[in-house]
Design a binder for this molecule. Structure first.
Ligand code: AOF
Ligand code: ZN
Length: 355
């Protein structure tokens, strides 16, 4: 196997460890190699914390391999940064360690970097190779890239339907459709996204908590569509255990930002949108400006359909159980390309991508 691919695969694997903890930053891994051996490695573990390159360099030093830097290659899944954000520039760090070569999976779309990291490395004579396993990197950080390219969060539409195609009872009463293991999976997914969104009827009828249970992970920001501010304060959504954003036509308060998820001060905030045909588009842009890079939309049928109709979605995760109820609220019809399906106990999960 090509050396660059082998080590980049390892760097991508390390980057995965950051899932659920680094957003709105990307997941990044770094492996430093000398003579076909790893002399240090690391990944971006936590939002606001040291970048992957810093961790890898520290690891090289900890392993007493510092003398090997000048003959070493650094494999990084994202172009080393050139800006001072919460941490100093990684490109400067690699230059100061005098590494011989840097292999990169993806360029950084952040306008603060955008090629400057690569130029900086090249300007001092470091050999730079780009786009190694680029497609894998784009997939790993699809939320991060979507945010910069489309100026909206990455949207996952998730629902469970009965074998006869219903998503809920006749009068909107909640019914248990999917099995226990599907439930765990859904909680894992919640922990991987910045936010979770439901419509007015789901909030009122189900009184959901929209938190992460049955899985270890961080709670997403809750977003609820309550256009005319009619939801009662007594709902679980307003328990201040995790942040909630109420999308409505009237009221705007100081915005919650994604990093607030990492603090302990949770509250309810209000996001005002204009009534009209482009409500979803406007809402997504406003949420994007608040740093939200991904949303899992969990219902109900009307909200899911409006996302599907707008075309502003990226993935569908659809669960079909063996249960039948005969009548109820019809589940939406999936769109896009079916990319795979799998059985989880008695449930069949199907996955679609927006073409
Ligand atoms: C890297 N290596 O591991 C990551 C990078 O506020 P900061 O300092 O954490 O900077 C965040 C930005 O840095 C983020 O938007 C992205 O452009 C880049 N992330 N860069 O060289 C890393 N996580
Ligand atoms: Zn950096």
């Amino acid at each position: 196997m090509n050396e660059d691919i082998k080590w980049m695969q390892r760097a991508l694997l390390l980057a995965e460890y950051g899932r659920g903890s680094v957003s709105p930053n990307p997941m990044v891994g770094c492996v430093i190699v000398h003579n076909d051996e790893i002399i240090g490695e690391g990944w971006h573990r936590q939002y606001g914390g040291p970048h992957a390159e810093v961790r890898a360099v520290e690891d090289v030093i900890k392993r007493n391999n510092e003398h090997l830097f000048s003959e070493a290659t650094a494999y990084v899944t994202l172009e080393p940064c050139s800006h001072t954000g919460k941490t100093p520039p990684c490109a400067d760090l690699l230059v100061s360690k005098n590494v011989k070569k840097v292999v990169i999976c993806n360029g950084d779309p952040n306008p603060l970097v955008f090629g400057r990291g690569i130029s900086l490395l090249q300007s001092v004579g470091i050999e730079v190779v780009c786009d190694v396993l680029a497609d894998e990197g784009l997939k790993l950080n699809k939320r991060f890239f979507t945010s910069f390219i489309k100026k909206r969060p990455y949207i996952i539409l998730k629902w469970a339907e009965t074998a006869d195609g219903f998503i809920g009872g006749k009068n909107g009463e909640p019914i248990q459709i999917s099995g226990e293991f599907s439930g765990m999976r859904v909680h894992k997914w919640r922990s991987e996204e910045d936010a979770i969104l439901v419509g007015y009827n789901t909030a009122l009828n189900d009184d959901p908590k929209l938190n992460v249970r049955n899985w270890e992970g961080r709670n997403p920001v809750r977003i609820v569509l309550d256009r005319n501010l009619q939801l009662p304060d007594s709902l679980n959504l307003f328990d201040n255990v995790q942040p909630t954003i109420v999308v409505n036509y009237n009221k705007e308060t100081v915005p919650v930002t994604v990093p607030e998820r990492y603090s302990e001060n949770f509250s309810t905030s209000f996001l005002k949108i204009n009534e009209g045909e482009n409500e979803i588009e406007e809402m997504l842009y406003q949420l994007h400006k608040r740093g939200i890079q991904s949303i899992i939309v969990e219902g109900g049928a009307k909200v899911l359909s409006s996302f599907l109709d707008s075309g502003l979605w990226d993935e569908i995760r659809r669960c079909q159980s063996l249960k039948t109820i005969g009548s109820g609220i019809k589940a939406p019809l999936p769109k896009g390309i079916l990319t795979g399906s799998e059985k989880v106990q008695d449930d069949l999960w199907s996955y679609y991508l927006n073409a």
